[in-house]
Design a protein around this ligand. Structure first.
Ligand SMILES: [Zn+2]
Length: 88
Protein backbone atom coordinates (compact mmCIF):
# COMPACT_ATOMS: atom_id res chain seq x y z
CA UNK A 1 0.00 0.00 0.00
CA UNK A 2 1.30 3.43 -0.84
CA UNK A 3 2.05 5.83 1.95
CA UNK A 4 -0.92 8.05 2.58
CA UNK A 5 -2.22 10.20 5.36
CA UNK A 6 -4.48 7.85 7.28
CA UNK A 7 -5.54 10.63 9.63
CA UNK A 8 -7.62 11.98 6.73
CA UNK A 9 -9.74 8.85 6.48
CA UNK A 10 -13.30 8.93 7.72
CA UNK A 11 -13.41 6.39 10.56
CA UNK A 12 -15.44 3.21 10.02
CA UNK A 13 -15.60 3.47 6.22
CA UNK A 14 -14.37 0.55 4.05
CA UNK A 15 -11.12 2.45 3.35
CA UNK A 16 -10.60 2.99 7.05
CA UNK A 17 -11.20 -0.68 7.85
CA UNK A 18 -8.68 -1.68 5.22
CA UNK A 19 -6.07 0.67 6.67
CA UNK A 20 -6.86 -0.20 10.26
CA UNK A 21 -6.63 -3.89 9.42
CA UNK A 22 -3.03 -3.28 8.39
CA UNK A 23 -2.27 -1.58 11.71
CA UNK A 24 -4.33 -3.66 14.14
CA UNK A 25 -6.54 -6.47 12.94
CA UNK A 26 -7.92 -6.80 16.46
CA UNK A 27 -8.95 -3.15 16.69
CA UNK A 28 -10.53 -3.28 13.22
CA UNK A 29 -12.53 -6.40 14.09
CA UNK A 30 -13.56 -4.91 17.42
CA UNK A 31 -14.81 -1.70 15.77
CA UNK A 32 -16.71 -3.71 13.16
CA UNK A 33 -18.48 -5.72 15.85
CA UNK A 34 -19.48 -2.51 17.70
CA UNK A 35 -20.96 -1.07 14.51
CA UNK A 36 -22.94 -4.23 13.87
CA UNK A 37 -24.12 -4.29 17.48
CA UNK A 38 -25.19 -0.62 17.63
CA UNK A 39 -26.24 -0.26 13.99
CA UNK A 40 -24.41 3.09 13.89
CA UNK A 41 -21.15 4.33 12.39
CA UNK A 42 -20.72 7.55 14.37
CA UNK A 43 -19.68 5.73 17.51
CA UNK A 44 -16.55 5.48 19.63
CA UNK A 45 -14.05 3.15 17.92
CA UNK A 46 -13.12 1.65 21.28
CA UNK A 47 -16.38 1.26 23.22
CA UNK A 48 -19.24 2.11 20.84
CA UNK A 49 -20.51 5.04 22.92
CA UNK A 50 -21.76 8.36 21.55
CA UNK A 51 -21.11 11.21 21.04
CA UNK A 52 -17.69 10.41 19.65
CA UNK A 53 -15.90 13.09 17.60
CA UNK A 54 -13.37 12.24 14.89
CA UNK A 55 -9.76 12.86 15.81
CA UNK A 56 -6.23 11.58 16.14
CA UNK A 57 -4.48 10.28 19.23
CA UNK A 58 -1.13 11.97 19.71
CA UNK A 59 1.68 11.25 19.77
CA UNK A 60 2.39 8.25 17.64
CA UNK A 61 -0.91 7.21 16.15
CA UNK A 62 -1.27 7.49 12.44
CA UNK A 63 -4.92 6.84 11.77
CA UNK A 64 -8.13 8.73 12.56
CA UNK A 65 -10.52 7.36 15.18
CA UNK A 66 -13.73 8.26 16.90
CA UNK A 67 -13.37 8.51 20.67
CA UNK A 68 -16.03 9.33 23.27
CA UNK A 69 -15.22 11.57 26.22
CA UNK A 70 -14.61 8.60 28.50
CA UNK A 71 -12.11 6.93 26.18
CA UNK A 72 -10.37 10.26 25.53
CA UNK A 73 -9.87 10.61 29.29
CA UNK A 74 -8.74 7.01 29.62
CA UNK A 75 -6.00 7.45 27.02
CA UNK A 76 -4.90 10.65 28.70
CA UNK A 77 -4.73 9.10 32.15
CA UNK A 78 -3.32 5.72 31.13
CA UNK A 79 -0.95 6.56 28.29
CA UNK A 80 -0.62 10.35 28.61
CA UNK A 81 -1.88 10.64 25.05
CA UNK A 82 -3.90 13.57 23.76
CA UNK A 83 -6.87 13.24 21.46
CA UNK A 84 -6.79 16.03 18.90
CA UNK A 85 -10.36 16.53 17.66
CA UNK A 86 -10.63 17.10 13.93
CA UNK A 87 -14.42 17.38 13.72
CA UNK A 88 -17.51 16.51 15.71
ZN1 LIG B 1 -15.39 5.16 24.10
Amino acid sequence: MKKEDLTKLEPHTPEWFEAMGGISMLQAAHAASLIIKTGKKEICTVCGDTPAPVGVVEPGHRISLRLCKYCQGHRKNTYDETFRVLRD
